[in-house]
Write a protein that binds this ligand. Structure first.
Ligand SMILES: [Zn+2]
Length: 683
C-alpha cells in the first residue's frame, strides 16, 4: 500500500481509488465486527491523503469516499452499481429462441426493427467507471446491485484503457477473460512460481481479478459490450462508439457482432458463431441475441433480473475432435469389464483429455466407432469425458475395428454379456483368480498344473483366496475336487513345495506389487536380500534401489503396507525365506525382459516435467518413469545436482528453470523419444 508511506504527497488517481476502497473496508470492519486491518494512525493518514486528493480533484470525488461521512460511510460494505448489472435469460435451442423472439415482438406490438448477434464471452462481467475520460474504478458484477472493487487489477487488463480518447464521464461494461493464449501463459507463469495451474480460463480470470499481492502479473483481456452514459445508440452503433473510445470489443474477432434483419438470419449467424467456437482465441458459452435499436430496447424494458430485449442462446457443452488411438478393457473390483478410449490428448475447456469413457460394448457398436477414427469428445464441467460420434466421412481406410475381448482380460474366464455392462463370470473373485494365475506363472513361482481352470476351481471351492492359501492346501482338499486324481494331486503339491523355496525375487514378483515386474523385483530382492528387509523399508529407502524414483517408491511402500497380512502368512509358511538372494542382480538369460544395465540412459538420473508431446503424449508420468528405468536410467521427481538429464515438455516450469540454472542437459519430448526409441511401448 504505497499511499501509506507518502501520505503527504498527492495520490495518483488509481491510488486514490484504492485508498478510498481500503478506508471504506477498514471502517466497515471497524464498525462491523470491531476488527480493523489498519491502525488508527494509518487510517487517519489514509483519510488525510484522500481528502488532499479530493481537494485537488473536486470532480473526481467518489460517491463512496469516506470523507465527511458518519463512520466513514461504513454502512455500505460493497460498492453499489450506478444501474443494476443484469444477467441474461437463456434459451437452449432454435425453437426456444424463436419463441422468445415472438414473445418480444408481441410485447412491442410490431416486428423488432433489427437484431444484433454476438458471442457470449465466457468470463466475468465488470463495470469500469471513467471520470473525464480517466479510469477511476472497476467493479465486479457482485449481486447485480453492488459489486466488489477490483480497481487494483485494472492495469493487467488489456483492452481496458486507463484513459479514453475523449474526456467523458462514462461507465463501460463488458467481460474480462483470459484468452486461450493468456490462459496458457498464466499457467506457465504460475508453474514457474510453484503455484497450482488454473483449471479453467474463467476461474483463472476470477482469481486473478480478486488477487492482490501476487508476486507475478497475469494479463487479462476486456471486451466492452455495454455502457452507462452513452444512451440512444443502437447496439451495433454502441459497439462502434466503444471501440472509438479505445475499448476492446468483439468486433475485432471472427465472431464479430452482426446486425440481422430476421430471426432466420439470427439463427444462421448463431450457427456460424457456434461453428467458429473451437477456432476463437477465447472461450464462449453461448451467443447473445439483442434487439438492436435503442427504441426497441427502451420499449421492451427490463425485468428484475434480465433485460427483456436480449437473450443468451446457450451452446451445447464443449466438444472437441481428436483421434481414437486404442480401447482398453479394464476389470473393476466387482468384475465389470469397462471399455475406455485412449485418445490423442486434446484440450477441452482448458483441460487436457487423454482418456474418455465408452460406457459399454453396445455403446461402441451403436456409435460405430473404429480405432483410428476422428471422434468427437465431450467434456463439460467435471463430468468424465466421453467419446461421442466418429467423423465417419473423414475415414482414410486405415481404421480398424475395435476388438471386443472374448475372455476376461484379467482372469481369462468367460464374460457374462447378457447385460449391457459386461462382467467377468467370476465377479468379485475374478481378482483372486487372476492373482493366483499370475503368481503361479513361469516367471514367478512357476507352479506347474496351476493354470486358469485349476485356479478358478480352487477359488470357487473356497480353498484359495490369495496366494498364501496355496501353501496350506492339503492332499484331502485337492482330492475332493472334480477331475483331480492321485497323480495330479501329488504333482501339484510337489510343485507348490518347490515354490515354497523359490528365490526372493520370484516370491516378491508373485505378489504383483503395482509398479514392479520381473526386472524391478530382481533389483529389489538384490538390494534388500530378504523379505524382512524389504518390509522394513520405507519409501525413502526404496527410492535408493536402482531405477526406483520417488513416485514409484511411494506406490510400492503403500502396496507393501496393504499386503502386510498376506506377507505375514507367507512368512509363516516359510515362503521365500529359504533361498538367499545373490547381492548383485545376475543376468538372467532365460528372462525375456532385458535387464537395462546397459540401456541408452545407463547412469543417468532423469527428471520429467511439463506435458509430454509426440510419441510420449500417451504415457502417464508413471509410464514415463518406467520407460526411463527400462532404458537403464533412474527416474526421480525433483531436480538436484545429481540430476543429469531433464525432459521438459510444454508448460514446464520451475524444474526446467532449476535445470537451466544448474546447467543440466535438457531435452524436449521429441528428442528424448528419439533417444529411447527402441524402448517405447508399441500402440
Ligand atoms: Zn475375470
Amino acid at each position: 500500500m504505497t499511499f501509506m508511506t507518502e501520505n503527504s504527497a498527492l495520490l495518483s488517481p488509481a491510488a486514490y481509488v484504492e485508498a478510498v476502497t481500503t478506508a471504506v473496508a477498514a471502517s466497515a470492519a471497524y464498525y462491523g465486527d470491531g476488527t480493523t486491518p489498519l491502525g488508527d494512525d494509518e487510517y487517519d493518514g489514509l483519510l488525510r491523503a484522500i481528502a488532499a486528493y479530493e481537494e485537488a480533484h473536486p470532480d473526481e470525488v467518489l460517491a463512496e469516499s469516506p470523507t465527511g461521512k458518519v463512520a466513514g460511510g461504513a454502512a455500505q460494505g460493497d460498492v453499489p452499481h450506478s444501474v443494476p448489472m443484469l444477467s441474461l435469460d437463456n434459451v437452449f435451442d432454435a425453437d426456444e429462441l424463436a419463441e422468445w423472439a415472438a414473445g418480444l415482438e408481441r410485447r412491442l406490438g410490431r416486428p423488432v426493427a433489427a437484431w444484433c448477434v454476438e458471442p457470449k464471452l465466457d468470463g466475468l462481467a465488470i463495470a469500469a467507471r471513467y471520470r473525464g475520460g480517466r479510469l477511476v474504478q472497476v467493479l465486479t458484477r457482485g449481486d447485480g446491485l453492488a459489486g466488489e472493487d477490483i480497481t487494483h487489477a485494472a492495469d493487467a487488463v488489456l483492452g481496458l484503457p486507463p484513459v479514453l480518447t475523449e474526456p467523458i464521464d462514462v461507465e463501460l461494461r463488458g467481460e474480462v477473460l483470459l484468452t486461450t493464449a493468456q490462459f496458457e501463459e498464466a499457467n506457465r507463469i504460475r508453474l514457474a512460481h510453484e503455484a497450482t495451474p488454473f483449471a479453467h480460463p474463467r476461474s483463472g480470470a476470477a482469481g486473478t481479478l480478486r488477487a492482490k499481492d501476487r508476486p507475478y502479473r497475469i494479463e487479462l483481456t476486456f471486451f466492452a459490450y455495454s455502457a452507462i452514459g452513452l444512451d440512444d445508440l443502437g447496439h451495433v452503433a454502441l459497439l462502434e462508439r466503444l471501440a472509438a473510445l479505445g475499448a476492446n470489443t468483439a468486433a475485432s474477432t471472427a465472431a464479430a457482432p452482426m446486425r440481422c434483419e430476421t430471426v432466420e438470419q439470427v439463427q444462421e449467424r448463431i450457427d456460424v458463431i457456434a461453428g467458429l467456437r473451437t477456432e476463437l482465441p477465447f472461450g464462449i458459452d453461448g451467443v447473445v441475441v439483442k434487439a438492436d435499436t435503442a427504441e426497441d430496447q427502451r420499449q421492451a424494458g427490463n425485468g428484475s433480473r434480465a433485460p427483456r430485449w436480449a437473450v443468451a442462446r446457450k451452446l451445447a457443452a464443449e466438444h472437441k475432435v481428436t483421434r481414437l488411438l486404442a480401447v482398453e478393457w479394464n476389470v473393476g473390483r466387482t468384475g465389470i469389464i469397462a471399455p475406455r478410449a485412449v485418445l490423442e490428448p486434446v484440450v477441452i475447456d482448458g483441460v487436457t483429455v487423454t482418456y474418455a469413457t465408452l460406457h459399454n460394448p453396445s455403446d461402441i457398436t451403436r456409435r460405430g466407432l473404429m480405432i483410428g477414427d476422428q471422434v468427437f469428445v465431450y467434456r463439460a464441467g467435471d463430468v468424465i469425458p466421453r467419446v461421442e460420434a466418429p467423423l465417419a466421412d473423414q475415414r482414410t481406410g486405415a481404421e480398424s475395428p475395435i476388438v471386443f475381448p472374448e475372455a476376461c482380460p484379467r482372469c481369462g474366464d468367460a464374460i457374462d454379456t447378457s447385460e449391457q455392462r459386461w462382467r467377468c463370470v467370476r465377479g468379485r473373485s475374478c481378482q483372486a483368480v487372476a492373482s493366483v494365475i499370475y503368481a503361479a506363472g513361469r516367471d514367478q513361482l512357476d507352479i506347474e498344473g496351476l493354470g486358469g481352470t485349476r485356479a478358478i476351481q480352487l477359488v470357487e471351492a473356497g480353498l484359495v483366496k490369495d496366494i498364501a492359501d496355496l501353501f496350506t492346501l492339503t492332499r484331502e482338499q485337492l482330492l475332493g475336487l472334480e477331475r483331480m486324481g492321485e497323480t495330479s494331486t501329488t504333482n501339484l503339491l510337489a510343485a507348490i513345495e518347490t515354490a515354497r523355496g523359490a528365490a526372493l525375487s520370484r516370491v516378491f514378483c508373485a505378489l504383483g506389487v503395482r509398479g514392479t515386474g520381473r526386472t524391478m523385483s530382481r533389483r529389489i530382492a538384490a538390494h534388500f536380500g530378504s523379505m524382512a528387509a524389504i518390509r522394513a523399508a520405507d519409501a525413502d529407502t526404496l527410492a535408493g534401489v536402482d531405477g526406483i524414483g520417488t513416485e514409484k517408491a511411494r506406490v510400492i511402500a503403500a502396496e507393501l503396507l496393504e499386503l502386510a497380512p498376506l506377507l505375514d502368512r507367507l512368512q509363516a509358511q516359510q515362503v521365500g525365506t529359504q533361498v538367499t538372494e545373490p547381492q548383485k542382480p545376475a543376468a538372467d538369460a532365460s528372462d525375456g525382459e532385458d535387464d537395462s544395465a546397459g540401456g541408452p540412459l545407463a547412469g543417468q538420473a532423469v527428471v520429467v516435467t511439463g506435458s509430454m508431446t509426440g510419441p510420449l503424449a500417451v504415457l502417464s508420468r508413471n509410464e514415463m518413469n518406467e520407460l526411463i528405468e527400462r532404458a537403464g536410467g533412474k527416474a526421480s521427481s525433483s531436480v538436484s545436482k545429481r540430476t543429469t538429464l531433464v525432459v521438459a515438455g510444454e508448460k514446464a516450469g520451475s524444474k526446467r528453470t532449476k535445470a537451466e540454472e544448474l546447467g543440466i542437459r535438457i531435452l524436449d519430448p521429441e528428442e528424448f523419444a528419439a533417444l529411447v526409441a527402441g524402448l517405447l511401448p508399441t500402440t
